[in-house]
Design a protein around this ligand. Structure first.
Ligand code: ZN
Length: 146
């Protein structure tokens, strides 16, 4: 005779944490402080994201991390209908956008706060911070109100 299953629901699977490379560690440290930062070339001043070893404009290797506004517009958007990991099953459909920040660099992130299908190219958005674990805070974007 088999035991009856318990009435408790199975634990939801944990979402995979972002992989933190040495080059991107300053970004994730700033994210924990709710500060959006991008790299600035110390040779020519060009901003870039994600982190790269060499400036694609002047080929310099010198770099600093610079805070940016966290404001921008949706450059392009995809609506995810398939949960590629079981932890995301309850969230589909959700919108993942490339956001062009006011400073000109582009960041890929989830857009929340409205139904995924209502996220449109050119929509003004602003960053917000989702502390997904004590170690990891992820930038997400939402429609800008002002
Ligand atoms: Zn440069």
């Amino acid at each position: 005779m088999s035991e009856r299953p318990t009435a408790t629901a199975p634990a939801a699977p944990a979402k995979p944490a972002p992989a933190v490379s040495p080059e991107m560690a300053p970004f994730w440290a700033a994210a924990r402080r709710h500060e959006l930062v991008v790299q600035r070339c110390t040779g020519c001043g060009a901003l870039r994201f994600p982190a790269r070893e060499i400036c694609s404009r002047c080929l310099a290797r010198g770099v600093a991390w610079q805070p940016v506004s966290g404001r921008g517009t949706v450059f392009t958007v995809a609506v995810m209908h398939q949960a590629n990991h079981p932890a995301f099953a309850a969230e589909v459909p959700y919108a993942v956008a490339v956001v062009e920040l006011d400073e000109g660099v582009r960041v890929t992130a989830q857009v929340t706060g409205i139904p995924a299908r209502e996220v449109t190219i050119g929509m003004p958005v602003e960053v917000w911070w989702d502390a997904v674990s004590p170690e990891v805070t992820v930038p997400r974007f939402r429609p800008r109100t002002a």
